[in-house]
Design a protein around this ligand. Sequence first.
Ligand code: GLP
Length: 266
Amino acid sequence: MEVIITPSAGEASAEAARIVAALIRAKPRAVLGLATGSTPLGFYDALAEMHARGEVDFSQVTTFNLDEYTGLAPDHPRSYARFMQEHFFSRVNIAPGRIHIPDGLARDIPAHCEAYEAAIREAGGIDVQLLGIGSDGHIGFNEPSSSLGSRTRLKTLTERTIRDNARFFASPEEVPRHVITMGVRTILDARRCLVLAFGDAKAAAVAAMAEGPVTADVPASALQLHASCALLVDEEAAARLKRAEYYRWVYANKPAWQRTPQAQRP
Ligand code: GLP
């Protein structure tokens, strides 16, 4: 895993946006895997600003979101569909027909999950998957104990995640208990993964993900098995990394050809 420690969340977000924009310029029909939460907000802002300046065109891009709460309609104020609409889709020119988010109201959830996996395959697979990390080490909504071979399916949230995400709802009781999420294996199938993590509340999860054992106890640790995964963190989220100095040294000594975002495309 390539660990990039940046002075601020803003710089990490801008770097991730540059990488994705470069991919889209090189491959206009790129397939993006997208994430929700507070962490990617700066990334979406940066991409929307690039789009407003005419630097990136999303007209042929396809997107797949990681997850959605069950029981929430797409226009529910706390649904991830609504989140994406507000923070990203309404600000760029992605064709609505190319946007995919698990349907929180699906009646036959297993069939819906299979169809979601099939749609990813039919689109040619995900070129770059954006990820945040839960304080318990989850990616998407793959909570600790998730199979590292899992595919899109229903998951039950941990009490900790319900507490963490309660800030978006009126009370913890309103947070849905169940979600539909891409599986760990689905995420590992993406050609490239970009993980963003900011703030000291993520420091322990970041260290376990990047430097701990690969274990279902920390689903994000499965990303150590990915051949092209970059982790972009601010100083606070990097605080518990044992090899922080080495990661800085590697980044400072990168060959010029590796520094251009184009060279990082899948
Ligand atoms: C949710 C999402 C994850 C996200 C995590 C962290 O649980 N399902 O995809 O990474 O929250 O959220 P935040 O970025 O708000 O800390």
